[in-house]
Design a binder for this molecule. Structure first.
Ligand code: APR
Length: 236
């Protein structure tokens, strides 16, 4: 294993699956129960905000019972102990990376424990249910508060920073993601162009598995701590 200096780690719903949070596209996943066009687009919110709020309110309540698992904890340890730079770019809107202690973290799809006002663009930490009655703590207007998550058709957050990090990475890892949603699914190509070593850690081969130089398949709570241990042992 080469001595890496700048690691970028993309994570997805599979990382939080063993913390009891449903993934999207697995059997019994969220999209097998809900229609994306009714709950996860700006058009859906304009058409029926109550239905969208209900969908995210349920997911927000579900976070109360979730705790970081050994995969989240191993990634936080990697950031602490690795002599080089480790950055996590997560598609997840749950707070489990933070709860595990990760600091260098980019929520490219937003955060469920934040609310965004469509009237004044203010963001606020938010743990309770949202509704069209809720007034924005900044501008005082109601009807515009929405979960601070990136819906289909919207631009993910901090993309310039993410592309800069990928361009300088010497190791790119993708953990617990199906590789079906862009722009995240295209990050492996960016990393390959930068000459980085690429590794996929996932329960099963993802859509983009053929692009990865190394593939490690199994439950995140098993394969991620082992992978982190090897990286740290190699960096000593
Ligand atoms: N350990 C490791 N991987 C797992 C585990 C596990 N315990 N359980 C499931 N997986 C893998 C699945 O095999 C699948 O490839 O995690 C992946 C989850 O894929 P998706 O459900 O498609 O989730 P994700 O890739 O994060 O979705 C991307 O799509 O719906 C939107 O905005 C949403 O951020 C999300 C984006």
């Amino acid at each position: 294993m080469a001595a890496f200096k700048r690691i970028v780690i993309l994570t997805g719903a599979g990382l939080s699956a063993e913390s009891g949070l449903a993934t999207f596209r697995d059997k019994d996943g969220i999209w097998s129960k809900y229609d994306i066009s009714e709950v996860a687009t700006p058009e859906a919110f304009a058409r029926d905000p109550a239905k969208v709020h209900d969908f995210y309110n349920q997911r927000r309540r579900g976070l109360r019972l979730a705790a970081p698992n050994t995969a989240h904890l191993a990634l936080a340890r990697l950031e602490r102990e690795f002599p080089g730079q480790v950055t996590i770019v997560t598609q997840n809107i749950d707070p489990l990376h933070e709860a595990a202690g990760s600091q260098r973290l980019i929520h490219m799809h937003g955060e469920l424990l934040k609310a965004l006002c469509a009237h004044c663009d203010a963001r606020h930490p938010w743990h309770d249910d949202l509704s069209t009655e809720v007034a924005c703590p900044s501008c005082g207007r109601a009807g515009g508060m929405r979960p601070d998550v990136v819906w289909f058709g919207e631009m993910p957050y901090r993309m310039d920073e993410i592309y800069d990090l990928l361009a300088q990475a010497d190791l790119f890892a993708s953990i617990g993601t199906s590789g079906t949603v862009y722009p995240a699914a295209g990050f492996v190509r960016e990393a390959l162009t930068a000459g980085a070593h690429t590794v996929e850690l996932n329960l099963e081969p993802s859509e983009g598995t053929s692009l990865f130089a190394e593939k490690i398949h199994g439950p995140a709570t098993q394969v991620v701590p082992q992978w982190v241990e090897r990286l740290l042992a190699n960096a000593r």
